[in-house]
Design a protein around this ligand. Structure first.
Ligand code: SAH
Length: 232
């Protein structure tokens, strides 16, 4: 059933066969009880959706013959959500999950000047990304990157058009939603520091207001990402 799309690492795909390993194999064999001969869908997170037929199955490995490959090219408009680290784990995880659903190309979590230091469980975030990727039937698996400061964000993502959601901005409309590469900057609970705002301005970042209500960081992230839903 197309209800379930499994993830297979590109390294586990050959010309006519693919393999599911680890949790994906366990999920297919033990939870969903796939059998030899069943039709199974898998995506490699690099644009390919495979229609396959299971040829062997165990708790640790599912082998499947590829019957059909459907490739979705990379989107022409890419949005990288750049999110100032927040301390509340559930809110951070919520933002990451929703960003995947809303089509963020990458998610960058950075240590903002006003971020409260706390340990981020990268493995846990990675598994949230993976399950949101599968649930939302995306073809491209977003990468999560971690940067130590906004300065590093701009170095890591050169040649991006950037927008900063800033409570003090007076423009409401992103002037242009058709740049190919976009950085969407959202501050932590404490907001952006004056230094970060200056740095962003130096990088020609557009300052955007999301209305007069003060939003939680995760709401601001979703609101800004949603602006791109109707772009092509
Ligand atoms: N206490 C902070 C607010 C932080 S809200 C302050 O007063 O600056 C967390 C982040 O969400 C902000 O840094 C900003 O990126 C975004 N945000 C929240 N409400 C917003 C709004 N109305 N317009 C633009 N950005 C907003």
């Amino acid at each position: 059933m197309m209800d379930n799309v499994f993830f297979t690492h590109p390294e586990h795909v050959s010309a006519n066969r693919l393999e599911l390993v680890d949790q994906e194999a366990t999920h297919a064999s033990k939870v969903l009880r796939f059998k030899v001969g069943d039709e199974l869908y898998a995506s490699d997170g690099r644009g390919n959706l495979y229609t396959t037929q299971v040829s062997s199955i165990s708790k640790k490995s599912v082998l499947a013959d590829i019957l059909e490959t459907d490739y979705d090219p990379e989107p022409t408009i890419k949005k990288v959500l750049v999110f100032g680290a927040i301390k509340k784990r559930d809110r951070l995880e919520f933002a990451v999950e929703k960003a995947v659903e809303l089509g963020a190309w990458e998610i960058c979590i950075f240590n903002a000047d006003h971020s409260e230091r706390s340990r981020i469980n990268e493995d846990r975030l990675q598994s949230i990304v993976l399950s949101a990727f599968k649930q939302s039937k995306r073809r491209w698996l977003p990468e999560v990157t971690y940067q130590n400061s906004m300065d590093e964000v701009f170095e890591y993502y050169p040649k991006y058009h950037s927008m900063m959601a800033h409570v003090e901005a007076d423009t409401h409309h992103p002037e242009n939603l058709s740049y190919n590469k976009n950085l969407l900057l959202i501050g932590p609970e404490g907001g952006f520091s004056a230094r970060e705002v200056e740095l962003a301005k130096k990088k020609n970042t557009q300052m955007i207001s999301l209305g007069k209500n003060r939003l939680r960081a995760e709401t601001a992230a979703l609101a800004l990402l949603s602006q791109f839903l109707f772009t092509t």
